[in-house]
Design a protein around this ligand. Structure first.
Ligand SMILES: [Zn+2]
Length: 326
């Protein structure tokens, strides 16, 4: 008997730089004459956070041309499609590449071309949500926003904030997010991953967050949890990432069930699948073990997606037509 068709999935929180599997990295590195260590597979076996940073730097420095960025999107879309993905909101961090001498337009046009090709080749809708990294200057933050607006017609829908949450609170980035809003872009900052409720409040109030990446430490403040439920704010929860980075002590102790019980809508994502030794199927399994069904995750994803109405209607049809109780 053939394997059953996978459940359709919407993934709202995935860093493209963190999706690069060893085969893709080898191909890209070869094109760019970039030296890689011999044993990539063991390098990619996640050990701890310092090791994650090591792999991140190695991978991201290998990515240099528009062709590289395009390929990263299409290769991940192909992988995600095998797990049933129909819609992705994918993150990339352009300013880090610019600092290494890569041109803004090469980065944005490469990722945008990849998004278009992902639809044609793999039937996966991809929207892009570039990150401002915490610690970026006001000028870098503004440039991320301006280039995001320039590529709005090619799939960029929002701007995020990522990186060292405990060291850099959100408030200084308020002007960049106000500019983003004025240019028609959404706000999808990371918050409530390694810092607590104050960081989440800052993201909601100073950055006008449409959605929160992670957001799980909101559970430390019951008032905040009911506010999130009342607003209908979607959290992009990544169960296995949280275990790998030690944000939660174990999967069994993940706060996802508490958030869902309180009425907070939680979508499910992988964060950095290649680097955290996971994939969409495994994160959905983890979520299911915590009581979040694939259908509930799909509906939360649909509620949180920042796509146009036509795409949303199509995604709703996919969900309505699927035999979830098979
Ligand atoms: Zn993330």
């Amino acid at each position: 008997m053939p394997a059953p068709e996978p459940f359709p999935k919407i993934e709202l929180h995935v860093h493209l730089e963190g999706t690069v599997r060893p085969d893709t990295l080898r191909e890209v590195a070869k094109r760019n004459d970039y030296a890689l260590p011999g044993d990539l597979e063991s390098l990619y076996r996640f050990r701890d956070f310092a090791h994650f940073i090591e792999v991140w730097i190695l991978t991201t420095n290998a990515l240099q041309t528009a062709e590289d960025f395009r390929q990263v999107v299409t290769d991940y879309a192909a992988e995600a499609a095998t797990h049933g993905a129909v819609y992705l909101e994918a993150i990339f961090s352009p300013a880090e590449r610019v600092v290494r001498g890569v041109d803004w337009d090469a980065i944005f046009s490469g990722y945008c071309d990849g998004a278009e090709e992902a639809r044609e080749l793999h039937g996966v809708e991809v929207r892009l949500t570039p990150d401002i990294y915490r610690g970026a200057t006001a000028e870098q933050a503004e440039q991320v926003v301006r280039y995001s607006a320039k590529y709005r017609e090619q799939g960029v829908v929002a701007v995020g904030l990522g990186g060292l949450e405990a060291e850099f609170p959100p408030e200084p980035y308020e002007p960049a997010f106000a500019l983003a809003e004025s240019l028609g872009l959404g706000s999808v900052p990371h918050a409530g991953e390694v810092a607590g409720p104050a960081s989440v409040r800052g993201a909601l109030e100073a950055l006008g967050a449409d959605r929160l990446r992670h957001g799980i430490r909101s559970v430390e403040d019951p008032g905040l949890v009911s506010e999130l439920a009342g607003r209908g704010t979607v959290l992009d929860v990544c169960p296995l990432s949280n275990v790998r980075t030690g944000v939660v002590p174990s999967l069994e102790q993940h706060p996802l069930p508490q958030l869902v019980a309180a009425g907070v809508r939680c979508s499910i994502s992988t964060d950095d699948p290649a680097m955290f030794d996971t994939d969409l199927a495994r994160d959905y399994e983890a979520a299911a073990s915590l009581g979040v069904s694939p259908q509930a995750a799909y509906e939360a994803g649909l509620a949180g997606a920042l796509c146009d109405d036509e795409t949303r209607a199509r995604l709703r049809q996919v969900g309505d037509a699927f035999p979830w109780d098979r």
